[in-house]
Design a protein around this ligand. Sequence first.
Ligand code: ATP
Ligand code: MG
Length: 608
Amino acid sequence: MSETSRNSRFETKTGTLIYFLNGSLKFFVCSIVFTLAVTLLDMINPRIISFTVDSLIGTDPAKLPGFVQNLIEAVGGMEFLRTHIGVIALVIICIAILRALSRYLWRYFNAKGAETFVETTRNEVFQHILNLPVSWHGSHHTGDIIQRCTSDIETIKVFLSEQLASLFRIIPTMILAFTFMYRIHPRLMVYGLLFVPLIIGYSFFFHSKIGSAFRQADEEEGKLSAIAQENLTGVRVVRAFGKEMYERNRFEEKNTTYTMFWIRLMRLLSAFWCSMDLLSGAQILTITSLGAVVAVRGELSAGDYIAFLTYNTMMIWPVRMLGRIIANMSKAGVSIDRLREIMIGEEEADCPNAVTPDLDGDIVFDHVSYQFENGSSHVLDDVSFQVKAGSTVGILGGTGSGKSTLMYLLDRVYPLDKANGTITIGGVDIQDMKAAHLRSHIGMVLQEPYLFSRSLEENIRIANRKAKHVEVKEAARIAHLEEAIERFEDGYETFVGERGVTLSGGQKQRTAIAQMLIRKPPIMVFDDSLSAVDAETDAQIREALSESTGTSTVFLIAHRITTLMHADQIIVMDRGRIIEQGTHESLMEQHGMYRKIYDLQMAGQEVE
Ligand SMILES: Nc1ncnc2c1ncn2[C@@H]1O[C@H](COP(=O)(O)OP(=O)(O)OP(=O)(O)O)[C@@H](O)[C@H]1O
Ligand SMILES: [Mg+2]
């Protein structure tokens, strides 16, 4: 789907809802059909009771609809019915059975529609979130996103399956009830009707006022989830710094605000429902008294009086429900808006006619500058260098000098505007390539490896699910992970826990290296990947790597000079700029920053 058509689809709440209803609409339609059947069958009962009462007392049922009179004639006339009252009972039982069946089907289709809706919506939203750019994720709280994917979808589901669906019951009920009431006694019906705009108007006024409060409540809940989520993922940091009390207070404070908020909201709602009870009670009282007066005057038979009151009570329920539906409309509206905010986020997209060239050529960074949207200054400032295909480039630089950013740009995790320079591989601008193609050819061992809560083997295999066990073993051997794995009781089946918490920092880094080796991509990036292993293991891994990187172009970022001194070319960065460039030997001769760092590190080693 193109971005423009996607965004126009999510421009309005209705458009968003229609989009998510794809797949579940048919079930809701079936549910509505059976709702209508139940409503209709419900409406017949008071008429039968009124008829039975009146025919027993002996009133002439001439005001019955023609087809009913014909039906009565066909079964043997009024006299027959009077003597065979069981026939009427039979009719009532048949109606009850039909009603039960319709009710079952209504509920069944309703539940199916609701659950299908939730399933489709979750899948759509999740898929969209996965395709959103990294910058979007940087500006949104995980807890809040999770809340939108769970409780907001749930709110919309309840609204659709309970409130909106009952609208199809409420409106016909009201129309039918008023029609029947009109046929029984028009003036009395008008009196009953007078209360309706009052009740609907009151509830509309109340609920339009309360809409913003619901939005605020949702936002507060999102903030609360965000704190909980952050604390659960960062539990070790919280413990290590003895910050439990601080975090607990922070959580409790938010929790109290949230609770107070809901209590206030519920108090308002309770007051509303109470006054609503009074209002509808007044309506029923008025109609019952007026009806009694009319009946005593002889304008209304006993049976009709009962039927009229039954219809009036039947009609009051939907009128009151209408208010509740309006209430939930604003609540659901808020939730739809919150999903809409996710859905209008622009997905990462390739340019039209994106290409998929071979990626084994020279890599050229040409006047690359970069600034984060939320950043004040340039993270990279006019960076230009060239890497020969199959060679190794070492990147050295102070913390925050832009090394990782440079690699994220190469992988297009951050998109680079053409105005801010270009990165080409084999002469083709990476912005003109298919992102998936580019990324599948670049193996990144991230500075902070992220492991999933699966087995070690599954983690190593993550980039190439088809890899055989021998390949996994070979990758583990090169990454010097084999020894550690052998020591684990479950070997390759060891469960690594959430984000790899059961592994040491060095083991995590080596798992990440193995992850990449299994793909053997033509471009390999090691972003500070050997920082958590000792110098000796570092040397052993590098040696093993050099035999397996083969013809791949390698980017080696490190703070330890010994890690990258054998690279074909070394780049020294400082505050987003390249300050020195060359081989180890030529940089040593320059007596610049590289030499200074080298001398410092060597002096340190001697001390050790
Ligand atoms: N997502 C981001 N949003 C805003 N600024 C960022 C973001 N990521 C990084 N930065 C900033 O960009 C600068 C360069 O960061 P980068 O991670 O590239 O540094 P680095 O050279 O890899 O440092 P280190 O050696 O510590 O890993 C830093 O000042 C950092 O604060
Ligand atoms: Mg970094």
